[in-house]
Design a protein around this ligand. Sequence first.
Ligand code: ATR
Length: 267
Amino acid sequence: STFRIDHVDAATHVYGVAGDPVAHSLSPAMMNLAFRRENVNGVYLALHTKKTDDLMACIRDIPLRGLSITMPHKEEMVKHLANTDDLVRKIGAVNTIVRAQDGKLYGFNTDVAGIVGPLSDRITVTGAKILVVGAGGAARAAVFGLAARGAHISIVNRTVPKAQKLAKEAGAKVVKRADLKKLDFDVIINATSVGMMNPKVSPLEADELRARIVFDMVYNPVNTRLIQLAKAKGLATIPGYEMFVQQGARQFEIWSGKPAPVEEMRG
Ligand code: ATR
């Protein structure tokens, strides 16, 4: 349902999601609902910015309090931050920014919480055998976030050298696609873009899904081909929408200092 702002005054803080594309982002609807629900005097907008320099101009000119950072700014924004946590530096990507009173920018990566949160609800992450499919930005958040929790991580990626580089950085191992039919895991996570806006393609075939839980970071469509294949095999599934909600809930908490209304945010 469409959200209409019911209260804006001189004390209203401006938040937004910055990136390209953002026209179809679900974040403004979810965040404005959370703000209204918890009486946060804020408004959250879609800020279409193609270049990181344009985003920096936007940050200078508009009194923004907090930002969700998405493609293509996640990596380049890291160098503009006054302070970052250890994970942001390791991952090399930021998805959440807070502008402090002094104008300085502080960065966080709540994608990690969006991955670790739904898994911790279901299994003990420490010691779990986890296969991460992909070696891009999304995979880096999964690999470093889960490695920090003591998971044993294997990586498979179309471009093998990228998997090798990430595995070396994170103390993970690389597995061959051809071996997936005989390897077992507790969890398989899709961190590639395969299946995004396309319910017909899957990054893995049914006989490669040898795990108790299949987690797809792709959230559009909600029922990806990968999730369908896993369900058909009777496996537990975590749709990307759950990650989207939980990373957003952490952003809400960072900005407002209040617990997020997670159930309402789930929609
Ligand atoms: P993101 O920030 O969303 O992770 P990215 O850094 O561009 O985006 O990474 C995209 C990931 O999806 C990569 O692991 C990529 O594999 P390559 O490293 O081989 O490029 C993977 N990917 C994208 N399209 C793919 C496809 N058609 N088949 C297999 N993997 C694909």
